[in-house]
Design a binder for this molecule. Structure first.
Ligand code: DQA
Length: 147
């Protein structure tokens, strides 16, 4: 089972960025933890990060046929990118939307996710654990499947 973990804009700044909201864990640390969990669960985990909408769209398109699942944190694009929403809808790969923060408890503009309706589900509010919970869901859904 192959999983692409896709990080959107500004997530490369994790650990330095608004630490009161997002915590001090860096993106590399999040990824390392997912690799570790992936090994435990027999999932192949790959990573990509981009600050550009078009590049994220390309990653999603390229994942079709390459990956079985995508764990995606679209960052602020979550709230307004119809192009990313359409990209997700255009592929056969199930996308699990994740957010570190509980977007529903923050500013009103963050309460809307235009991407979540075309995703398999959404996990928000558990910090770095949000990603791990998404991976745990994939593990639960695919247990017993080869590779
Ligand atoms: C975020 C929430 C978004 O509202 C914000 O723009 C981000 C990070 C999160 O992981 O909590 O960049 O996606």
């Amino acid at each position: 089972v192959k999983v692409l973990v896709l990080h959107g804009p500004n997530l490369n700044r994790l650990g330095k960025r608004e630490t009161g909201v997002y915590g001090k864990v860096t993106l590399d640390e999040i990824n390392e933890r997912l690799v570790h969990k992936g090994k435990e669960w027999g999932l192949h985990v790959s990573f990509a990060q981009s600050n550009m909408e078009g590049e994220l769209i390309d990653y999603i398109h390229k994942a079709d046929g390459e990956f079985d699942y995508i764990i995606f944190n679209p960052g602020a694009y979550t709230h307004y990118s119809y192009a990313l929403r359409d990209a997700i809808a255009s592929v056969d790969v199930p996308v699990f939307e994740v957010h570190l923060s509980n977007i529903h408890a923050r500013e009103p503009f963050r309460h809307t996710s235009v991407t979540a309706p075309v995703c398999h589900g959404q996990i928000a509010g558990f910090g770095p654990l949000s990603y791990e919970l998404a991976l745990a869901a994939i593990h639960g859904l695919t247990e017993g499947e080869a590779d």
